[in-house]
Design a protein around this ligand. Structure first.
Ligand code: ATP
Length: 306
């Protein structure tokens, strides 16, 4: 039986600036996304119904019912196409779950690309981006890959130019953090501090560093407005960040809503040394070395297209 395989990257936010809470419960963001070489694989096989199974290290933490974002994506695609389609999706999970690396969004993006191909829909990228935006704020970037700045809720994306590769180490924490809880904690901390929250602005120096491949400047400019909230909820992450800095990381940051921590390295060897050192920490479940930017998902058939 033929099947379509898609590899989808995780992301790290190199700038995450969070504006004031809006009336609709969301925040306006400036979100500079960067796709890194930690991949989930989504395989779509012909089937009568839309179902999912998950394999890999993090599989036990992922729902296989309607709560799975890949199922929601396949359903949304079938609805958009105006027909009933089926597919069995197998997710090979390597992206940490609830780790602030957009693993669920990656699987949703993978399901859109894989099912568009499996079902022969031939929908253009713009249509997939529209469906992705309805599925979640991070799904459009997971479809795009590379490096991009998101505004609005993060879903209005513009691609950013970069030079060369940046090298990263990621410290995966024990357990996850709920994105909604981290935002709620951020709002509480801001309210009790009583300061006016500024409108989020793109950091031009950070964009320049991405564009010229200047890792030292990028490391110094990494920002995450959710970091204080994530550290309040998980104080042990302070130790993880300090350990990476002590190993010479050019920058150390909580990735998105955490609890994964991201460390910018000088080169690939340094990233591996950082990952080796971080993996020894009691606060760390695993550590990975990776590089970015990497492209978004592309489909490939496992046997000739029928
Ligand atoms: P983000 O960085 O976009 O805020 P995250 O990386 O912190 O997200 P995810 O790994 O996407 O978090 O998982 C968040 C929750 O979504 C999980 O706790 C899980 O219950 C649910 N979920 C639904 N579908 C998936 C999926 N395919 N993979 C992982 N989690 C999923």
């Amino acid at each position: 039986m033929s099947s379509v395989t898609v590899r989808v990257p995780a992301k790290v936010n190199v700038q995450l600036s969070v504006g004031p809470l809006r009336d609709d419960g969301y925040h306006d963001l400036v979100n500079v996304f960067h796709a890194v070489s930690v991949f989930d694989e989504v395989v779509a096989k012909e089937s009568d119904h839309i179902t999912v199974s998950v394999v890999g290290e993090w599989a036990d933490q992922v729902p296989v019912d309607d709560g799975n974002l890949a199922i929601q994506a396949a359903r949304a695609l079938a609805k958009h196409a105006g027909r009933t389609y089926g597919a069995h999706l197998v997710i090979h999970k390597s992206i940490p779950v609830a780790g602030g690396m957009a693993g669920g969004s990656a699987d949703a993006a993978g399901a859109l690309v894989a099912c568009n191909e499996l079902w022969g829909l031939g929908l253009p990228f713009e249509d997939l981006m529209e469906i992705a935006g309805d599925l979640g704020s991070d799904v459009p970037f997971s479809l795009l890959g590379g490096t991009a700045v998101g505004t609005g809720r993060g879903e209005q994306l513009s691609e950013l130019p970069t030079t060369g590769s940046f090298h990263w180490a990621f410290a995966v924490a024990q357990g996850g953090l709920s994105t909604a809880e981290v935002y709620a904690q951020c709002d509480r901390q801001r309210e009790s501090a009583g300061v006016e929250v500024p409108w989020p602005q793109v950091d031009d120096a950070l964009l320049e560093a991405l564009s010229t491949g200047d890792a030292a400047t990028l490391g110094a400019r990494l920002t995450n407005d959710l970091q204080a909230a994530a550290l309040t909820l998980r104080p042990e992450l302070v130790r993880t960040l300090d350990a990476g800095r002590a190993e010479g990381a050019l920058g150390a940051i909580v990735s998105g809503s955490g609890p994964t921590c991201a460390f910018l390295a000088a080169d690939a060897d340094h990233a591996q040394r950082l990952a080796d050192a971080l993996s020894q920490l009691p606060t760390c479940r695993a550590a990975l070395a990776a590089h970015g930017p990497v492209p978004g998902p592309r489909p490939s058939w496992s046997s000739p297209r029928p």
